[in-house]
Write a protein that binds this ligand. Structure first.
Ligand code: FEO
Length: 172
């Protein structure tokens, strides 16, 4: 049985994961209008990953006999300045998600909820991966410094990313 404080924080995180999905789908749409289909593909894969994160929280709340309460998803930006600023925005966003997962862990610790702490470890590790992936792309973009050839090469590289559902790697 989940304590109220933990259930509330988990429900808020479900909303944040859906928001993230919506945000990345919006970025994918922007890239598609610019003809940068590789970048768009990377963002679409990111969108799908976020959906699996939301679903993992959803299943966990249900498994603990809690109540999932789905709140409205806030609107996301639909216009962006350029390729690099999108990845700067993405990194900032993932850093916020990391802070949110950390706060959720603190709530679980304060509640003495060991099962939720164990469950959240997957997300703690996932956030390290998320931030690192985005940082790497951002570093490359800074080197490219807006040069068209570099953008097209990176576009091709990011077009090869495939969606893999890794939320089931350590069953929770
Ligand atoms: Fe669900 Fe991008 O973290």
């Amino acid at each position: 049985m989940l304590k109220e404080s933990v259930e509330k924080a988990l429900n808020e995180q479900i909303n944040k994961e859906f928001y993230s999905a919506y945000l990345y789908l919006s970025m994918s749409a922007w890239f598609q209008t610019k003809g940068l289909n590789g970048f768009a593909n990377w963002m679409t894969v990111q969108y799908k990953e976020e959906l699996t994160h939301a679903e993992k929280f959803f299943a966990y709340v249900n498994n603990r006999s809690g109540k999932v309460t789905l709140a409205p998803i806030a609107g996301v930006p639909v216009e962006f300045k350029d390729v690099q600023s999108i990845f700067e925005y993405t990194l900032e966003h993932e850093q916020k998600v990391t802070a949110s997962i950390d706060a959720l862990m603190d709530t679980a610790i304060a509640a003495g909820d060991h099962a939720t702490q164990s469950f959240l470890k997957w997300f703690v590790d996932e956030q390290v991966e998320e931030e690192s992936n985005v940082q790497e792309i951002l570093d490359t973009l800074r080197l490219i410094n807006g040069q068209v050839n570099g953008i097209f090469m990176l576009n091709r590289e990011l077009g090869a990313r495939n969606f893999v559902d890794d939320t089931t790697a350590s069953a929770s």
